[in-house]
Design a protein. Structure first.
Length: 677
């Protein structure tokens, strides 16, 4: 026959309850000795003396022999006493309050001693009486709100509308479960705090905690958020409870949730990690009390708070030690991707880990989630994980905040779709190279030190309308495995002073947390030259430009600016740009390729179609050629036949008029003279 042994330390707990049993036995005997009418036949609302004696003839459940010595060192009861700063008398009161939860016979006995059969739990008066303590003595204040037993959440004093001695003592289920060896927190607390075993080590934080420094504030400027594990508190022999402030701030009673969190951390001898602090909205007056309560956790357990902002001394009474977070370099991030794919069959080239996947600015938790999603997608199709699966998994972590400020485009073009001179292609390839290796060059090698400069990459695409600037930005996004976000200038530029800067700040802030390429089309509208100050409008316009200069330098993302006229941009912007690519009007050979590509392979072509003539005669940019091809396709579809040279000539006529260009018969030659006239 198999038996289940009690968890370590439960014997000590049961011995304490057996001691309570003896105290109750003595109290019942004392009550019977002084009761003027022990055989009152009308006592139907309380337990009779004989019934109480019958109950007491049986030994207490679990342990028959009570022990008067303090809890054994190392038992859960002794560890709880140490963690919560309670003495032997508090432990005795805790056992009295807990006894009905361990043996239901205590309920009837307590009802008898309370002289109220409906009151089946210990009261303040009963706890004092069982230990022979006068109700007028200082012991009754062991149940005051600020007393360790109550303030720590080990005992709840209920029914506070009753006289203080008649108030009921209750031990929360979580405290009882912990003392009985159960370590799983309540569901409500599990949604708030997670136990993390493995995480990135932070030696500076661990060193501060080791010498008793708490709280510690980790200033984090990298992608995602830091992931703390037990290693951070290993020197203290503690685990880590990690709390997301977004969940805490959204809790119906956040202060009560913090009290539960603190109790759990003390029960499990764990430290608390909480952040990011920005999500608590510390600048809002109604949040000030919550942030101060967070800071007060450090009075009882080791506390680490993290965020991107500089800590404001007004946020809490204690100013934490501020520690900068060590950035994650490309090699470490590549290792995280390899670890996340461990055990999954994949066909990801080894070079992709260092050159492609490290482009995504994700923390380790997000990398594991992306790898898990990639694995699910691959298993659903019955194949190994591919690089495209990992890219799709990484993009699932892009928030929707930027989509409210910019138009998201999922790239559908690649390098073969670009018809550009070799020099322009090499410049575009340089943008991709910089984006992939910026953590190494700008971060580890510190090639952009000082001045608050970020790790971003900014490029300018200059050229006439329709020369392929927007498509080139889409190709770069596709090569990096990212989405393209086109900023709508109508949502940015505002006639009121200061509003344009606020709109741009929102865009830049949202872009930091998104793995995407930011495109400012027609950028000279907001990045134009500064002018001499003639009136107040000039002064504010120059302030706007100066702000943009500073913000572009501190930007950590990938941004592309396009302009039809490079000379319109301020020289200070040009100096801060990493790459400038010129997009010339295509020559004859490029126009021939463009005509062929734009008409496509699916569109039926008539025998008289002469694309060489079109490339020779019509000096159009790629965007205009695409418009002509689409118009010609509509004409062919309406006629129900293949696209003819006449359709193409008609579409070119239409495009010329749209561009405001003069339609000359000699330019169209024999193919379009009649139409031109």
């Amino acid at each position: 026959m198999t038996t289940t042994a009690d968890p370590p330390g439960v014997d000590d707990l049961l011995a304490g309850v057996a001691r309570v049993w003896e105290l109750v036995r003595d109290a019942v005997a004392a009550r019977r000795a002084v009761d003027p009418d022990p055989d009152d036949p009308f006592r139907g609302l309380h337990l009779s003396h004989d019934a109480a004696l019958r109950i007491l003839r049986a030994p207490a459940n679990g342990v028959a022999r009570p022990r008067d010595e303090p809890p054994a060192e190392g038992s859960r009861l002794s560890l709880v006493a140490e963690a919560f700063g309670i003495d032997a008398l508090d432990v005795a009161f805790l056992l009295v309050a807990m006894a009905p939860d361990l043996d239901t016979r205590f309920e009837r006995l307590y009802g008898y001693l309370n002289d109220d059969v409906t009151q089946r739990r210990a009261t303040v008066r009963l706890a004092l009486d069982l230990h022979g303590l006068a109700a007028t003595g200082p012991w009754r204040f062991r149940f005051a709100p600020d007393a360790p037993l109550v303030a720590g959440g080990l005992v709840e004093v209920r029914e506070r509308d009753r006289p203080s001695l008649s108030r009921v003592l209750h031990v929360p289920d979580r405290v009882l479960a912990h003392l009985l060896g159960h370590d799983e927190p309540d569901r409500s607390l599990a949604e708030l705090a997670a136990r993390v075993a493995d995480g990135r080590p932070y030696p500076a934080v661990s060193a501060a905690l080791r010498v008793g420094v708490s709280p510690v504030y980790l200033r984090h400027d990298g992608p995602g958020w830091p992931e703390f594990g037990d290693d951070t508190f290993a020197a203290l022999g503690r685990a880590a409870l990690v709390v997301t402030t977004r969940v805490l701030a959204g809790h119906q009673e956040p202060l009560d949730a913090l009290a539960e969190l603190l109790r759990e951390a003390r029960l499990r001898r764990a430290g608390i990690v909480l952040g990011p602090v920005e999500e608590l909205d510390p600048d809002r007056p109604e949040r000030a009390g919550l942030l101060r309560a967070v800071g007060a956790l450090a009075d009882h357990v080791p506390l680490v708070v993290y965020g991107r902002r500089t800590w404001d001394p007004q946020w809490a009474h204690q100013v934490p030690l501020s520690v900068p977070a060590e950035p994650v370099d490309a090699a470490e991030r590549a290792g995280q991707w390899r670890g996340a794919l461990a055990g999954q069959g994949h066909r990801v080239p080894e070079s992709a880990f260092a050159e492609v996947l490290t482009t995504y600015r994700l923390d380790s938790r997000q990398i594991r989630a992306a790898a898990r999603l990639a694995g699910q997608h691959a298993r659903a199709e019955g194949r190994p994980v591919r690089l495209d699966d990992l890219r799709a998994g990484a993009l699932t972590h892009n928030g929707t905040g930027l989509e409210r400020l910019a138009r998201r485009i999922a790239p559908s073009v690649g390098w073969p779709d670009l018809v550009l001179p070799d020099q322009t292609r090499r410049t575009l390839a340089d943008v991709v190279t910089r984006a992939r290796h910026r953590d190494t060059v700008l971060g580890r090698w510190r090639m952009r030190p000082g001045g608050g400069r970020g790790l971003g990459v900014t490029a300018l695409f200059a050229g006439e309308s329709g020369t392929g600037k927007t498509m080139a930005a889409e190709v770069i996004a596709a090569e990096l495995g990212m989405d393209l976000y086109v900023v709508d200038l109508s949502t940015v530029v505002d006639k009121y002073v200061g509003e344009t800067e606020k709109n741009l700040e929102r865009i830049f802030s949202e872009a930091v947390g998104v793995n995407g390429v930011l495109l400012f089309d027609e950028a000279d509208a907001i990045f134009g030259k500064r002018s001499s100050v003639q009136d107040a409008q000039d002064r504010y316009a120059n302030i706007e430009s100066a702000y943009l200069l500073q913000r572009m330098e501190s930007f950590d993302g990938i941004a592309v600016l396009t302009t039809n006229l490079r000379a319109n941009l301020d020289d200070a912007f040009t100096r801060r740009l990493d790459v400038i690519a010129d997009f010339p009007v295509p020559d004859r050979a490029q126009r021939l390729v463009l005509w062929d590509r734009c008409l496509g392979a699916a569109l039926p072509r008539a025998d008289d179609l002469d694309l060489g003539f079109c490339a020779e005669r019509f000096e159009l940019a790629g965007g205009s050629i695409r418009s002509c091809a689409v118009t010609a396709a509509y004409l062919a579809a309406a006629a129900g036949e293949a696209v003819t040279m006449a359709d193409v000539i008609a579409s070119v006529h239409q495009e010329y008029r749209k561009l405001g260009r003069l339609v000359r018969a000699e330019e169209f030659g024999a193919s379009g003279g009649a139409t031109a006239s």
